[in-house]
Design a protein around this ligand. Sequence first.
Ligand code: TZP
Ligand code: MG
Length: 213
Amino acid sequence: MALRREALRLYLVTDPVLCADLGVVETVRRAVAGGVTMVQLRDKQASTQERVSLARALMQVLDGTGVPLIVNDDVDAAVAASADGAHIGQSDGAPERARALLGPDRILGLSCETTERVAATRNLDVDYLGLGPVFATGTKADHEQPTGLAGLAALVAATDLPTVAIGGLNARHGADVLAAGADGLCVVSAICGQPDPRAAAASFFTDRHEVSR
Ligand code: TZP
Ligand code: MG
């Protein structure tokens, strides 16, 4: 599946602990009904086989919606599950290796925290960049120094690739993040673990929050 920039508008990253009440699959089902445009399976503790099983279950939920499924950290799981792509960080192996495993048609995302890292993607075959953390967050342990909105704008300005902002974001940040030039918002706790993930996702698209689809 080729990446459309619009797919980055509201990108849900799953967290098995935050999603414990409803479960990851049901949380995703409801969040997509509320307007989520892309989903990433992120489970730091799972084995590759567990990620493959969960990715397959998520793909059934997403079947026919046009919402891509991306697997975090684990390119092998993404390929084995025939997911739409993989997302890697700076310490998850070389993007060239990930691309070789994924082939030309799957989506590859890369996290970048600094303008130097963004600039270094110039000759890489990646489809989008995840930028941040924009704000401090309790969801990711030991995250890098937050960029703030001005820092986010500087990161976006350093690339022509599609970009999505991450870190401490909720619906109230929608307009500011888009004004900084990012194509969308990537969120975990603003949707995972919320009592009503569908309403939580839909709140990003209200007039007040100005994240139009
Ligand atoms: N990478 C940078 S910040 C972050 C990740 C995975 C966690 C974002 O979680 P939240 O709950 O949306 O702040
Ligand atoms: Mg990673």
